[in-house]
Design a protein around this ligand. Structure first.
Ligand code: 9YW
Length: 410
């Protein structure tokens, strides 16, 4: 069983390889996505180390002058995709989007490097200053409130999770006009964000474009600005990993250690006492999201866990059959098949489990690994799954699901 799935997983990666970069899945997502690509590199490292480093090089070749690594890189034309490069209009030699995505590259690059230190020495050395510039960008443009702010739900990687509902309520999507969404024609619309959400996403793209993608202006005036526990925990962990890489390379890592310490303090601004949990916060209105999302479940990854989060973890996990859901299964907003409002996502499981390992929660790590393997064995390399019955959702032959099988769960 496992053996044939190993081969199939490698075939998914090879099939999604467009020569130097990997698409998340054929057709539905025809470009290079930031955190998908970092996962792709991790997957390739299990059977083709050189190709793994190549993936990260291609992604970082699209890095902006200010250090931002964009969430999408539009290498080839894919006219049917919406919103494509002409909508973003963010410039660049190779056109990109104008926002970023979860900074998992340092964490995954460290694992790839540790898997083959000799082969990785030169590419790791070349990547290190680029990773540092990206981490600096987050710290300097997005951390004024203490934790990391996102200026678009797409930036969080967890597009339509209930975390963003309060912030999106401030966005007027009525001017979005007519447009054709390719996603809703390729996969079941009931498993995707709603039209109202999409209208607002597009309004935020229009706003960023109007600001010439000047990040300072966007952060100052964009109608949507929310502090994200998910990216905050990921960035803390990424700082720790980047500092470890830097030390091994003989670099001075004082700055990076300072960023990690600063954010560990800053993330305390996301403790919602009424919820008794880490929560997303609308930085425009001061309102809490009031719901526990999978971003908060990354607290172990940053070693910021609390007894209250332990209790929520146990409760949320027991309410589903296959852990861990993208949003609290006991919250009113929970929808078991709709994208980030409930389904279980394999790459989130891998990150949450890495946190469990770091925290010495070996039993939880093993449970999450086994449940993730069971999802894939039952329903294949799908984009995400129903956490109640493992029903397959979203795109098929999905890169990060294949990666999760090869590098962790399989
Ligand atoms: C979209 C590619 C991307 C992921 C995101 C996920 C989804 C694209 O797909 O966003 O059309 O909304 O939410 O995390 O990187 O897999």
């Amino acid at each position: 069983m496992s053996h044939s799935l190993d081969e199939k997983a490698r075939a998914v990666l090879r099939g999604n390889d467009r020569g130097g970069y990997t698409v998340p899945t054929d057709m539905l997502y025809p470009f290079q996505w930031n955190w998908d690509s970092a996962f792709a590199a991790w997957g390739f490292s299990t059977f083709d180390n050189a190709r793994a480093w190549r993936e990260l090089e291609t992604l970082f070749a699209a890095q902006w002058k200010d250090g931002m690594v964009p969430h999408m890189v539009f290498h080839d034309d894919a006219p049917g995709y919406f919103p494509g490069p002409e909508v973003w209009d963010a410039g660049g030699e190779v056109p990109t989007s104008g926002i970023s995505q979860p900074p998992v590259a340092a964490t995954l690059a460290r694992m790839i490097w540790e898997g083959d230190a000799e082969a990785g020495e030169a590419p790791m050395r070349a990547l290190y200053p680029k990773l540092k510039a990206w981490h600096r960008w987050w710290m300097e443009t997005r951390c004024d409130s203490g934790a990391v702010a996102v200026c678009h739900p797409w930036e969080s990687g967890r597009d339509n999770c209930p975390d963003w509902d309060v912030g999106l309520a401030n966005v007027d999507g009525s001017g979005a006009g007519d447009y054709a969404r390719r996603d809703a024609t390729q996969v079941d619309g009931a498993q995707r964000p709603t039209k109202q959400e999409y209208d607002r996403y597009l309004e935020l793209v229009r706003f960023g474009k109007e600001c010439g993608w000047d990040q300072a202006r966007i952060v100052a005036d964009c109608p949507f600005l929310m502090a994200d526990p998910g990216i905050t925990f990921l960035l803390i962990r990424a700082h720790d990993d980047l500092a470890a890489i830097g030390r091994a390379l003989g670099e001075d890592v004082t700055k990076i250690e300072g960023w990690a310490a600063q954010l560990r303090e800053g993330v305390q601004t996301l403790w919602n006492p009424a919820l008794g949990a880490y929560d997303a916060k609308d930085l425009r209105s001061g309102q809490w999201a009031g719901v526990i999302g999978s971003g908060a479940l990354l607290c172990w990854l940053a070693r910021c866990e609390t007894p209250e989060m332990e209790a929520h973890l146990a409760r949320m996990w027991d309410a589903v059959t296959y852990g861990l859901p993208s949003s609290d299964p006991e919250a009113a907003s929970f929808e078991r098949k709709r994208y980030w409002r409930g389904p279980v996502w394999p790459q989130m499981n891998a990150l949450i489990a890495l946190g469990f390992l770091s925290a010495g929660k070996d039993w939880d790590e093993a449970r999450l690994r086994e449940e993730s393997a069971a999802l894939i064995e039952a329903s294949g390399f799908r984009e995400y799954f129903d956490p109640m019955d493992a029903a397959p959702c979203g795109g098929d032959n999905f890169t990060w699901t294949a990666v999760v099988w090869l590098a962790w769960a399989g």
